[in-house]
Design a binder for this molecule. Structure first.
Ligand code: IPD
Ligand code: CA
Ligand code: CA
Length: 265
């Protein structure tokens, strides 16, 4: 199995690299809104997904793919989960915090994850039981989560749903709560990058709700393989399709979960 997963990881890294090459240096074009005016899609989201879909179909014809823009068989037990641009709002504005995220998920969870941020020159990857790695500016490094053990000195990150103006569970109360309790909180705008920054130790914890499996599947595996912990927001086992995630260095995990419960109560 390990060598099969190594092959799948090599394919995911190759295809992510091809999508990165397509997207690097382009300007957002044909920006349209989807579910509401805040939820954007560009011509490049579609083009990148088409490239990834064609390449994965050629290289792994037996494994279906589910992509954010083109869909796919979401019921398949083993499938590729692809977000062609995670952080489209950033991409559309020329802010370099966006990624291509590719995960292979099986019945027992994440098998392979690759997250590449072309405008930053960063790529993160992991395979189950194989550790987590990054290449940044040509430097290869094994990833390890931080050792921060106090919420009061932790740097946290989160995100907000596109329907935040009308959704009563919009994460605003949680944001305010953690702004008081944590060392500092950030909103970067790309869930996959948030997760990989937890894996690399730059951030200590992350929580978010209302996510899609292609936002989180790759990054969650990178966190786990970097020695971190990933659950849902109640501390129950993480399921990529549930849309609910807490990821951390492990040391502050239960604190984040219990603070979220305090906000809920
Ligand atoms: C979004 C980003 C953002 C998160 C949103 C996602 P998109 O993905 O990951 O950080 O807060 O919930 O939908 O739309 O840029 O692919
Ligand atoms: Ca996304
Ligand atoms: Ca996207």
């Amino acid at each position: 199995m390990a060598s099969e997963l190594d092959d799948a990881l090599a394919i995911a890294r190759q295809v992510a690299g091809e999508a990165a090459a397509l997207l690097r240096g382009v300007r957002a074009a044909d920006v349209r809104s989807k579910s509401n005016p805040r939820d954007l899609v560009t011509e490049w989201d579609t083009r990148a997904e088409e490239l990834v879909r064609a390449r994965l179909a050629a290289l792994t014809p037996d494994i279906p793919m589910v992509g954010e823009e083109g869909g796919g068989d979401a019921t398949a037990a083993r499938r590729w989960l692809v977000d062609p641009i995670d952080g489209t709002v950033n991409f559309a504005h020329g802010l370099p915090l966006w990624t291509v995220s590719i995960a292979l998920e099986g019945a027992a969870g994440g098998e392979v994850g690759v997250v590449t941020a072309p405008a930053l020159g960063w790529t993160f990857w992991a395979r189950r039981a194989g550790g987590a790695w990054a290449e940044r500016g040509g430097e290869l490094a094994a990833l390890a989560v931080s050792g921060v053990a106090e919420l009061g000195s932790a740097l946290l990150v989160t995100g907000f749903p596109y329907d935040r103006a009308t959704n009563p569970r919009n994460n605003f109360a949680e944001w305010e709560h953690f702004q008081r309790r944590a060392g500092a909180c950030r909103r970067l705008g790309a869930a996959s990058l948030d997760l990989c920054l937890v894996a690399s130790g730059a951030l200590d914890g992350y929580w978010e709700r209302w996510l899609q499996p292609w936002d989180v599947a790759a990054g969650a595996l990178v966190v786990v393989e970097a020695g971190g912990r990933v659950t849902d927001t109640r501390g129950e086992p993480f399921v990529a399709t549930a849309g609910d995630v807490v990821a951390s260095n492990g040391a502050i995990h239960d604190m984040i979960v219990s603070e979220l419960a305090e906000v809920r109560s």
